[in-house]
Design a protein around this ligand. Structure first.
Ligand SMILES: [Fe+2]
Ligand SMILES: [Fe+2]
Length: 125
């Protein structure tokens, strides 16, 4: 069983955003599956992909919210910024935390945001 199973309930009804959210779940699950089976630098490369894709996604989502004149844009952007700085901080400590902890925490934050705050975007974009 995957640690972060996707459910169609998480969809917000926007094709591009939903595809990106699914991809974030997929990356988190795929990287988890490598733990204990792949070389540490290979795992780190995949975690780095997850971090980079998160940044790409945040930018895309914010552009869309802006284009849709979403009233909660400033608040949503602040949440992305807070999450990005936590991710950056955690990533900078990657030599002192285990890949398991790093990935688990990162994935929980990212997935948590999609299952939480992003759900407010349903029907708004
Ligand atoms: Fe999102
Ligand atoms: Fe978001």
């Amino acid at each position: 069983m995957e640690p972060f199973p996707w459910s169609k309930d998480y969809g917000i009804g926007h094709q591009v955003i939903d595809a990106q959210h699914k991809e974030l779940f997929r990356l988190a699950n795929a990287t988890h599956a490598m733990l204990g089976r792949s070389a540490p630098d290979e795992i780190e490369r995949h975690i780095s992909q997850l971090v980079n894709y998160t940044r790409t996604h945040f930018r895309a989502e914010e552009s869309l919210l802006k284009a849709n004149l979403y009233e909660g844009l400033a608040e949503h952007r602040r949440a992305h910024e807070a999450l990005s700085s936590k991710v950056k901080e955690l990533w900078s400590r990657r030599t002192v935390v285990t890949p398991e902890d790093l990935l688990q925490t990162l994935s929980e934050w990212i997935v948590g945001h999609i299952k939480g705050m992003d759900q407010q975007l349903k029907g708004k974009v």
